[in-house]
Ligand binder design. Sequence first.
Ligand SMILES: *[C@@H]1O[C@H](CO)[C@@H](O)[C@H](O)[C@H]1NC(C)=O
Ligand SMILES: *[C@@H]1O[C@H](CO)[C@@H](O)[C@H](O)[C@H]1NC(C)=O
Ligand SMILES: *[C@@H]1O[C@H](CO)[C@@H](O)[C@H](O)[C@H]1NC(C)=O
Length: 175
Amino acid sequence: MCLLQLLVSLVSSYRYEGEEVNMTLAKQEAKLIHEKIKDKHYNDEDFIRILSTRSKAQINATFNRYQDNHGEEILKSLEEGDEDDKFLGLLRSTIQCLTRPELYFVDVLRSAINKTGTDEGALTRIVTTRAEIDLKVIGQEYQRRNSIPLEKAITKDTRGDYEKMLIALLGEDDA
Ligand SMILES: *[C@@H]1O[C@H](CO)[C@@H](O)[C@H](O)[C@H]1NC(C)=O
Ligand SMILES: *[C@@H]1O[C@H](CO)[C@@H](O)[C@H](O)[C@H]1NC(C)=O
Ligand SMILES: *[C@@H]1O[C@H](CO)[C@@H](O)[C@H](O)[C@H]1NC(C)=O
């Protein structure tokens, strides 16, 4: 689980995790979110309430609606904000965690592998915890964004039994 996802679920009083979606609500909340983003009110109570209490299916519907209405993904809109706004960064990671967790893991993997000396803790944690969940999707996304297969990036930076273990876990997802 991503740290931010954990944070969001901790602050949520109740999150209904069903598949049902209320389209009227999605439309209303997409509009509200657009207004907050336009005014740069990232730290807005209603915005946070939506992220922390709506089900993932409902949030997905709201963000799809947002994209249909405004011609760009919400994450793209948030990229245009002030880089120094800490809350904006947190918001982006949270939304990424909720909607495309694999993108979040690709970012963490990339900085773990790219670090001088490699952040073995982060690398191990992601590969072992996502192995049977979405490591394959993470690997595909990694290659798409970094133009190098995840397996190759790992073998370049690791050695011995540790390398073998990671590669075995990567392969397992194919089975
Ligand atoms: C959907 O959301 C709208 C707006 O909040 C609400 O008025 C309506 O009762 C909801 N519909 C259902 C079926 O929950
Ligand atoms: C989000 O919405 C898109 C477009 O309708 C759909 O393809 C995707 O499966 C949805 N994802 C989730 C997690 O509901
Ligand atoms: C790795 O780090 C260097 C220097 O910090 C940076 O220029 C490069 O783009 C990074 N590579 C990836 C794949 O992130």
